[in-house]
Design a protein. Structure first.
Length: 580
């Protein structure tokens, strides 16, 4: 035992624990023992012991459940064997979650052809069944594995092992660079002597964009890879502080330079926006930009081409189109494989992304010579007027609208940008040796067993550690505040629900009282109506009585009445005498 380890155990007697191999209980107990009680210098051996005792699937499942997706404390303690050079004739796995027509998927398809031309066998591994037409044109076997999940990693590990046994693969090109089970997949591959190459598809700080704690855990894991492939000099410089084998590439897009034809301005004032319709691609900003373009070019149109990430976001975009009053100027065809037609029919191309690793659409727009206006992304390799691209400050709606309007109205400016775009594309892609780059990546895999960075990199690593620590603390503090606000909101919601229930109950009681009052009012009205009716009858009877009394009075006062009374006076008296 080294002095540092001895010192650590003397200072922390709780670390004087039995080895992982001596732990009683389950693999999960051993993983917790490793995380909570094993000192840093002994964690690598403890992990090896854990996997030896419980097996790869069960052991990695326990580690995945214990660490989840935040595994930097373990990754920085590990030593993994170097991969071996991968020679033509051997089998390469290319892995991503799906092949559904997105940017990363298209890059994979192009790379597969390049690798085949170099003499490699290729196996495709996905998490989702690909469309039938994609499967038919790939010309490579496809295997499906369970989705990336720490909770069910044992199933995934078993699928990986069965796949490796069938294919006898020598290397994996791992395109899902922000995968939540990245470390566990890497350890599994290294256990089977499979060289591990991670192909990043975005800027190094991508995960920070959404406040993701994963950023703090990437460097320790990436330092264990046999090679890293990046898309910009910024990313190559950043990751080279953690790994000896970092390469910079551009994305192949499968367009033949020999078939490129001079671009012609269609002069129909059409703007093309082509991407996945999602917040990070800036679809809402694109509509706001276009609304301002209409102030300068009233007959302009916008083709918003792409599929939305969700039905709800599609509704958000459609609602914004209506609220801006631009329905008559917008075409939204959804996703299309016929992107060529849209580029060729556009006077200008608009890109409003807030985050891109390479932006295939920029390369495509340059191939077809469609002038581009984009929000600035400083790390992008492809940007600048000399490439037919006009950049404006990120999020500057007015500047983007003005730049687009100039391209629509100034034919000479449009023609200049078209020529620059195609010339820039030729220069970039004619000179780039994809086959040579990947030959070097595959054949020059050899590195120290443990990455021992030079002093300047040690300083950089300390900076990364410090920045990551404070970033993590900041995000956790924000999450705690969000959690607190969420609890308050939940309590307020419960209070509102309680008050709503009380109001509802009072409303029900009030309704009952209202119903009773109405019944009483109806009854009172009926009684009043009956009284009125009785009074009317009484009045009528009184009127009739009065008439009769008046008639009787008139009769008594009449001469005939008096004569009659006189004539009948004697008979009436006789009658009274006899009646007595």
């Amino acid at each position: 035992m080294g002095s540092d380890t001895k010192y650590a155990q003397e200072q922390h007697p709780e670390h004087n624990n039995p080895g992982i191999g001596e732990v009683t209980g389950t693999a999960l107990d051993a993983a917790r023992e490793l995380k909570e009680k094993t000192i840093l210098t002994e964690r690598n051996q403890a992990l090896c012991d854990l996997l030896d005792r419980w097996g790869l699937a069960e052991g990695l499942q326990a580690l995945a459940k214990t660490y989840g997706e935040y595994y930097a404390d373990l990754a920085r303690c590990l030593e993994v064997p170097s991969g071996k050079p991968v020679l033509p004739g051997e089998t390469i796995i290319t892995y991503y979650q799906a092949l559904t027509g997105g940017g990363i998927e298209n890059v994979q398809l192009c790379l597969i052809e390049i690798w085949k031309q170099l003499g490699y066998h290729v196996v495709i591994v996905l998490e989702e069944e690909p469309p039938q037409d994609v499967s038919e044109k790939l010309g490579a076997p496809i295997y499906l594995i369970p989705p990336a999940s720490a909770a069910n990693y044992a199933e995934r590990a078993t699928a990986w092992e069965e796949l490796l046994e069938k294919t006898n693969a020598s290397a994996i090109v791992y395109h899902k660079w922000l995968c939540r089970v990245f470390l566990w997949d890497l350890l599994l591959m290294k256990h089977h002597d499979v060289s591990f190459i991670c192909h990043t598809h975005g800027v190094f700080s991508h995960s920070m964009h959404n406040g993701d704690l994963l950023f703090a855990h990437l460097a320790p894991a990436y330092s264990l890879c046999d090679a890293l492939v990046t898309l910009s000099s910024t990313d190559r410089y950043f990751w080279s502080h953690f790994n000896d084998h970092v390469y910079e590439t551009i994305n192949p897009i499968g367009l033949d330079i020999q078939k490129m034809t001079p671009s012609v301005n269609p002069k129909n004032h059409n703007i093309l926006w082509l991407a996945r319709i999602s917040p990070e691609k800036g679809a809402e900003n694109a509509l706001l930009v276009f609304k301002e373009v209409l102030n300068h070019v009233p007959d302009a149109t916008l083709s918003l081409v792409g599929a939305a990430t969700s039905a709800s976001y599609q509704q958000t975009i459609e609602q914004l189109v209506r609220s801006l009053g631009i329905e008559d100027h917008i075409n939204m065809p959804g996703w299309t494989s016929d992107q060529k037609t849209y580029y060729q029919n556009a006077d200008a191309f608009l890109m409003t992304s807030t985050d891109e690793g390479f932006a295939l659409t920029l390369a495509e727009s340059r191939y077809y010579g469609t002038p581009c206006v984009m929000f600035d992304l400083p790390t992008l390799t492809i940007r600048g007027k000399e490439l037919g691209i006009q950049t404006v400050p990120q999020g500057d709606i007015t500047a983007a609208a003005e730049a687009l309007s100039r391209l629509l109205l100034d034919e000479q400016r449009n023609a200049t940008y078209r020529a620059a775009a195609q010339n820039g594309y030729r220069k970039l892609y004619e000179d780039f040796d994809f086959a040579g780059l990947w030959h070097d990546i595959f054949c020059k895999i050899e590195r120290p067993v443990y990455y021992d960075a030079p002093m300047r990199d040690a300083f950089f690593f300390n900076i990364y550690e410090e920045a990551s620590f404070h970033y993590t603390c900041g995000i956790r503090a924000i999450n705690e505040r969000i959690g607190l606000f969420a609890k308050r909101a939940e309590a307020a919601e419960l209070q509102v629900k309680k008050l709503s229930d009380e109001i509802l109950e009072l409303s029900r009681k009030n309704q009952k009282l209202s119903d009773r009052v109405k019944r009483l009012a109806d009854k009172s009205q009926r009684l009043a109506d009956e009284k009125l009716e009785r009074n009317a009858r009484i009045a009528k009877l009184k009127g009739k009585l009065k008439k009769e009394q008046e008639a009787q009075k008139r009769l008594k006062n009449s001469i005939s009445w008096k004569v009659g009374r006189a004539i009948t006076a004697i008979p009436r008296r006789v009658k009274r005498l006899f009646s007595k």
